[in-house]
Design a protein around this ligand. Structure first.
Ligand SMILES: [Zn+2]
Length: 103
């Protein structure tokens, strides 16, 4: 995946199009991510030992990674990812606009 937990992304599609937030969970197997305060869904929760109040809870639902774009920490623009190799052979992600290393 081009994004991972902790990245700030912009949402490109769906109900929260245009919103920005941080990835709080990445699910590489499903190609989905959970972005803070994005794609919130209301769930009717029965009281459980963990949530004794029950009631309606609001929770982020996963969205597909193709619907988010990484925001560069350096130039603050949504960007596509370039891959760079460091001298030690390590592969890192870089911003296509300004070339800043993002890992
Ligand atoms: Zn940049």
């Amino acid at each position: 995946m081009h994004v991972k937990k902790g990245d700030t992304v912009r949402v490109l599609a769906g109900r929260d199009k245009g919103k920005e937030g941080q990835i709080i969970q990445a699910m590489p197997k499903e190609n989905r991510v959970i972005v803070e305060k994005v794609n919130l869904v209301k769930r009717h929760q029965r009281p459980t030992p963990d949530i004794p109040e029950g009631g309606i809870i609001t929770k982020e639902a996963p969205i597909h990674v193709s619907n988010v774009m990484l925001i560069c920490k350096s130039c603050k623009k949504p960007t596509r990812i370039a891959h760079k190799f460091l001298y030690n052979g390590k592969k890192v992600r870089a911003c296509k606009h300004c070339g800043a290393t993002l890992d």
